[in-house]
Design a binder for this molecule. Structure first.
Ligand code: ATP
Length: 357
C-alpha cells in the first residue's frame, strides 16, 4: 500500500482535540481509498515552551522537513510570552523555516448551515484568500526597534517574494476555473498610500500579464473589508500582503459561520503545512465543544496537495470523500456546531463525518 508520512503537531488548547478528530477521519479515509498515512506526533507549542523553554524543538522542525506533509493543530496561549512580550507562536517559525510562502484560506458556505450574510439572489460564497506568508509587515517580527518615544516595524515587499505568491494565486484561479469557478484574481493592497504597496501592485500586474486567460482586478484593503461584508459572493481568488491577509482571513471565516469552519494551508515549493485558520481557543479548550470541521477540511486540503505532488488521483478522491462526508453531516441536520446555535460537540461532529465515510 502506498504510504504518506505525515508529521503531526497538535500543539495547544483545542489544537489537541481537533487533531484527534482529523486523524480519525484521515485514517478512515485511507482505508476507503487504499492508502496509508504514517502519522507521527511531535511536541511543539506554547505549553511546551512553558514546560521546557523551547517552543519548536529542532527534531520537530526536522520531522516536518522530512515528512511528506505536516498537519498542525493550533499553537499559542495568551499567558505564555517570550522575553520581548510577544506571544510564543512557533507556527510563524515553521512558515519561515520551510519557506511556506503561500497562506491559502478557502471559505465556502455549506448547505444546512445558516450564514450571517446571504446573497438575495442565492449565490453561494466560495472564495480563497492567498496571503503572502514570509515577508510584508511580518518581516518585522523580532526585528522591531523601540526607543524612549517611538517604536518602528518595517514592511518588506520584495520582487521575488511578491511574484511567487501572485503566480501561486493565478495558478490556483486557473485550477478553479477548470473546475467551473469564475477564474478571477483580485489584488488587495494599499498602493494609494505606501511606496511598498505601489511596488507590490506593479509586480502583480507584471505577473498578471503572464496569465492572460485569468481575469484580474485591484482593490484597496479598506474597500475590500467593506466589500467582503457587502458582496463576498462576487470574489474568487484574492491575493494580499501578510498583515492584510492575517486580518482578512479572520473576516472571511466569519462569513461562513466562524473559525471552526475555516481550513487553511501554508504552502511552499517543497513543503506544506495544513492547519485550521483558528487558534488554540483557550476559552473553550478541554470542554469537548470545539468544532473540528476546519481541521478535518485542512486534512482534505492536504490530500489534494499530496495528490498533485505524487500524481495519485486516489488521494484527491479521499479529499472529495471527506468534503462530501462533511457536507452530508451538516446537510442532513444530523449535527450542528455550537457556533451555529447547535449543541453538537467535537465527538458528535467527528462521528457524523466518520459515519458518512
Ligand atoms: P490566534 O491569534 O492564535 O489565531 P485568536 O486569538 O484569533 O487565535 P482563536 O483561538 O481562533 O483566537 O479563537 C477566536 C474565537 O473563536 C474564540 O472565541 C474561540 O472560542 C472561537 N473558536 C476558534 N476555533 C473554534 C472552533 N474550532 N470551534 C468553536 N469555536 C472556535
Amino acid at each position: 500500500m502506498n504510504s504518506c508520512s505525515i508529521a503531526v503537531l497538535p500543539g495547544d488548547g483545542i489544537g489537541v482535540e481537533v487533531m484527534a478528530a482529523a486523524l480519525e477521519v484521515l485514517h478512515r479515509t485511507g482505508t476507503r481509498i487504499g492508502r496509508g498515512f504514517d502519522t507521527v506526533t511531535h511536541p511543539a507549542g506554547a505549553q511546551h515552551f512553558a514546560d521546557t523553554g523551547v517552543a519548536l524543538p529542532e527534531p520537530t522542525l526536522a520531522a516536518c522537513r522530512a515528512a511528506d506533509a505536516t498537519l498542525f493543530g493550533a499553537m499559542g496561549l495568551p499567558h505564555v510570552r517570550g522575553a520581548d512580550g510577544t506571544e510564543v507562536i512557533p507556527q510563524l517559525d515553521i512558515r519561515f523555516a520551510l519557506d511556506l510562502y503561500a497562506g491559502v484560506r478557502p471559505v465556502r458556505t455549506w448547505p444546512g448551515l445558516p450564514v450571517p450574510l446571504a446573497d438575495p439572489r442565492g449565490t453561494r460564497i466560495d472564495l480563497v484568500l492567498v496571503r503572502e506568508n514570509t515577508e510584508g509587515l511580518f518581516f518585522a517580527r523580532g526585528r522591531g526597534t523601540v526607543d524612549a518615544d517611538a517604536a518602528y516595524d518595517t514592511m518588506k515587499i520584495s520582487r521575488a517574494g511578491t511574484a511567487r505568491v501572485v503566480d501561486f494565486a493565478f495558478r490556483l484561479a486557473r485550477l478553479r476555473k477548470s473546475q467551473g469557478r469564475p477564474g478571477h484574481v483580485t489584488n488587495v493592497d494599499k498602493a494609494n498610500v505606501f511606496r511598498s504597496m505601489a511596488f507590490w501592485r506593479e509586480v502583480f500586474h507584471q505577473r498578471a500579464a503572464v496569465f492572460p486567460d485569468i481575469a484580474h482586478g485591484d482593490a484597496y484593503v479598506d474597500a475590500m473589508a467593506l466589500n467582503l461584508v457587502l458582496k463576498p459572493w462576487e470574489y474568487d481568488v484574492l491575493v494580499t500582503e501578510n498583515m492584510f491577509g492575517d486580518i482578512l482571513s479572520d473576516l472571511i471565516a466569519s462569513l461562513v459561520g466562524g473559525m471552526g469552519m475555516a481550513p487553511s494551508a501554508d504552502i511552499g515549493d517543497d513543503h506544506a503545512l495544513f492547519q485550521p485558520a483558528h487558534g488554540s481557543a483557550p476559552d473553550i479548550a478541554g470542554q469537548g465543544i470545539a468544532n473540528p470541521t476546519a481541521m478535518i477540511l485542512s486534512a482534505a486540503m492536504m490530500l489534494d496537495w499530496l495528490a498533485d505532488r505524487r500524481g495519485d488521483a486516489a488521494l484527491a478522491d479521499g479529499a472529495r470523500a471527506i468534503e462530501s462526508a462533511v457536507q452530508g453531516a451538516f446537510e442532513s441536520g444530523a449535527v450542528r456546531p455550537r457556533e451555529f446555535g447547535g449543541a453538537s460537540g467535537t465527538t458528535d461532529i467527528t462521528r457524523a463525518v466518520l459515519e458518512r465515510l
